[in-house]
Design a protein around this ligand. Structure first.
Ligand code: WQD
Length: 325
């Protein structure tokens, strides 16, 4: 089997590429290397290409045919919520345009199976304990909107062409499976805190007056290797016959507060952490935790790693050592 992975030199994409190669599949990575690194794609063929360009669809179709690919996983996208509010046109143009180019290339080359990176950001600020896929999406920023519209585009492509698609809605992804594949961007809680500690600065907690047990926001942190395994399960699902669903949450189903994450980081680093309590960040739901019943029951996927595993692997990656060593 051959899979073309768009955005396969990025943080999550490169973990999926590594797992595909480990199980003996052929992989072609298409990536513009704007935030990804060629070194992360070892074992795959790398095509350096910006999929948002007008001629990208034809080029992707060429590589799909040349490699004999039978499936595509699409990661490439901008993913910063704050930036999406500042530069909505870029998010719509690149996230939606890039996906359109990839889907039309699939149609052109006769590739049927597509897995798409969606996000918990499609849910906005849901007021429920566990978010199920049945909850109507209601994104509150352009980033989440582009992910939701991307899911619509997949559904339309399925109806129009002989395609089969899965959208995976990621919750809060962190950790590293291999040090060299670690998240090098400092945009989310775990890398932000590790970077602050490395500078000798106090991490900032965005509000401790939420209606949660310790007053800080609760999220569903999922290990990047568990998330990567979900993509493999999704590919297997598309290749099979039974297909009752096309959208899946990917998370552990367990919530951790910001202070609990800081405690885990303290355990992993051996450093005592005294955070600064800052104001709330606009748009933060108090709690965002998924029900993962659908993916467990339909894809047979389950998370295997705890918050301590996630944090320990992120800390080990910063030190350049495999987790656990
Ligand atoms: C986690 C928690 C913050 C930084 C984002 C996207 C979402 C999805 C996952 C991709 C929150 C708190 C953070 C800090 C803090 N992405 N925090 N101090 O916002 O839950 O989700 O990533 O699809 O769409 O929005 O992640 O890592 O920014 O924050 O207290 O310095 O940590 O308030 O409760 P978020 P995050």
């Amino acid at each position: 089997m051959t899979t073309l992975v768009v955005g396969g030199a990025g943080y999550i994409g490169s973990h999926v590429v590594r797992l595909l190669i480990e199980r003996g599949e052929e992989v072609v990575v298409v990536d513009d290397l704007s935030t990804g690194f060629a070194e992360r794609t070892r074992g795959a063929d790398l095509v350096t290409l910006d999929v948002t360009r007008p001629d990208a669809s034809e080029k992707i179709a060429f590589h799909l045919r040349a490699s004999g690919a039978d499936s595509v996983i699409h990661f490439a996208a901008h993913k910063q919520v704050g930036e999406s509010v500042q530069r909505p046109e870029m998010y719509w143009h690149d996230n939606i345009g890039g996906l359109a180019n990839v889907l039309s290339a699939c149609e052109n080359a006769g590739v049927r199976d597509v897995v798409f990176s969606s996000s918990a950001a499609v849910y906005g600020v849901p007021d429920v304990d566990l978010v199920t896929e049945e909850l109507a999406p209601s994104p509150i920023n352009p980033y989440g909107e582009t992910k939701f519209v991307g899911e619509w585009m997949l559904a339309d492509a399925e109806r129009a062409h002989d395609m089969r698609t899965v959208a995976l809605r990621y919750f809060n992804v962190a950790g590293a499976g291999w040090p060299e594949l670690a998240d090098t961007q400092v945009m989310n809680l775990v890398p932000i805190v590790l970077e602050a500690l490395a500078r000798g600065a106090a991490p900032i907690v965005f509000g401790d007056d939420y209606d949660t047990p310790d007053g800080t926001c609760i999220r569903d942190y999922v290990h990047v290797v568990d998330l990567a395994e979900a993509h493999i399960a999704a590919l297997d699902y598309l290749r099979g016959d039974e297909r009752p669903h096309r959208v899946f949450n990917v998370g552990t189903g367990t919530g951790s507060s910001v202070l609990e994450v800081l405690d885990a980081i303290s355990r992993a680093t051996g450093e005592q952490i005294t955070p600064e309590i800052g104001p709330r960040r606009a748009g933060d739901p108090a709690r965002l935790v998924c029900s993962n019943e659908r993916i467990r029951e339909t894809l047979g996927w389950k998370s295997t790693k705890t918050l301590d595993d996630i944090v320990a692997s992120a800390v080990a990656a910063r030190r350049g050592t495999p987790a656990g060593s």
